[in-house]
Design a protein around this ligand. Structure first.
Ligand SMILES: CC(C)(COP(=O)(O)OP(=O)(O)OC[C@H]1O[C@@H](n2cnc3c(N)ncnc32)[C@H](O)[C@@H]1OP(=O)(O)O)[C@@H](O)C(=O)NCCC(=O)NCCS
Length: 145
């Protein structure tokens, strides 16, 4: 498996958008538009590939916020045929390493409630009350690195 950062707007980035559309958006009847994607230009895009494949099997985005010590991880998605094989875990560990390399020491996300156990197993804890995002219950979760 290979995990790497990819440039915003690249062909690899477009592949991650297709993956995110399929795994995260389409089941909710939502779709990305060009304005959504333009707003991602300053974020760090990460893609994960199985050996020999050119289409990503997983992806994530990191959003560092200026002087803040915290980085937000979002849009974590693993291909439906590859879930439950440890790829999500490996991708989160890569995000944690990237966060450390940025000199930051807190990684957080808005986790879908249905995925909270996945993050808990990786050492993330819930902070605050559940809230709604894209029509689904979410909770903020964080980990000090
Ligand atoms: C949630 C997701 C990112 C997890 O990635 P993954 O590669 O399937 O997870 P892993 O194989 O690394 O699983 C690690 C552990 O978490 C558990 N786990 C994974 N997804 C889970 C879920 N939705 N609910 C409960 N436990 C889960 C696994 O069973 C495994 O437990 P184990 O170590 O005791 O065997 C992935 O399944 C996915 O993309 N789901 C659909 C989109 C989504 O919900 N994204 C997250 C939005 S916040």
């Amino acid at each position: 498996m290979e995990i790497r950062k990819i440039p915003h707007g690249s062909a690899a980035y477009r592949d991650t958008v297709a993956l995110r559309d399929r795994i995260l958006r389409a089941p909710l009847g939502l779709k990305f538009d060009e304005n959504d994607l333009q707003r991602e230009a300053s974020e760090i895009h990460i893609a994960c590939y199985c050996e020999g494949d050119s289409f990503p099997v997983g992806c994530a985005i990191l959003c560092p916020s200026g002087e803040d010590a915290a980085v937000k991880m979002r849009q974590l998605a693993i291909d439906e045929n590859a879930q439950g094989r440890g790829i999500g875990t490996t991708l989160v560990e890569f995000c944690e390493q990237e966060t450390r390399e940025l000199g930051k020491d807190l990684l957080f996300c808005h986790a879908r409630i249905q995925a909270a156990v996945f993050y808990e197993k990786l050492g993330y804890r819930k902070t605050g009350e559940p809230f709604e995002e894209v029509g689904l219950p979410h909770v903020r979760m964080e980990k000090e690195l």
